[in-house]
Ligand binder design. Structure first.
Ligand code: ZN
Length: 92
C-alpha cells in the first residue's frame, strides 16, 4: 500500500491503528516508523490513539515485570540447555 507521507486520511489512520504497538515497541522498519511519526505530527486523532496505547503498554510492562530466578535455578537451567544443545553422542 502506498501512502503520501503524513497525509491525514482514513487509510493512514487505519495503518497507524494497526501498527501502533509495533511502532511503540520499535519493531517497524525505520522508513515505516518515520511515516508514522510524520502522520502523528499531523493527525490529533492518531496521536491520541497512540498515546492511549502507550499508556496501556506501560501498564502491561509494569504488571508483567518478572522476578529473576535464583542463581541455583539459573545454573541448573543453563546446564540443561548446554546438555541439550550438545550433539546426541555427548549427552549424558
Ligand atoms: Zn490519523
Amino acid at each position: 500500500m502506498t501512502f503520501s507521507l503524513g497525509s491525514v486520511d482514513a487509510a493512514w489512520c487505519d495503518r497507524v491503528a494497526d501498527d501502533a504497538f509495533a511502532f511503540l515497541d520499535g519493531e517497524l522498519a525505520p522508513s515505516a516508523a518515520a511515516d508514522v511519526t510524520i502522520h502523528l505530527a499531523r493527525c490529533p486523532r492518531c496521536r491520541a490513539l497512540v498515546a492511549r496505547d502507550e499508556r496501556s503498554l506501560a501498564r502491561v510492562r509494569r504488571a508483567a515485570r518478572l522476578d529473576e530466578a535464583p542463581p541455583p535455578l539459573r545454573a541448573r537451567v543453563a546446564a540443561l540447555l548446554a546438555a541439550w544443545s550438545a550433539p546426541l553422542a555427548e549427552r549424558p
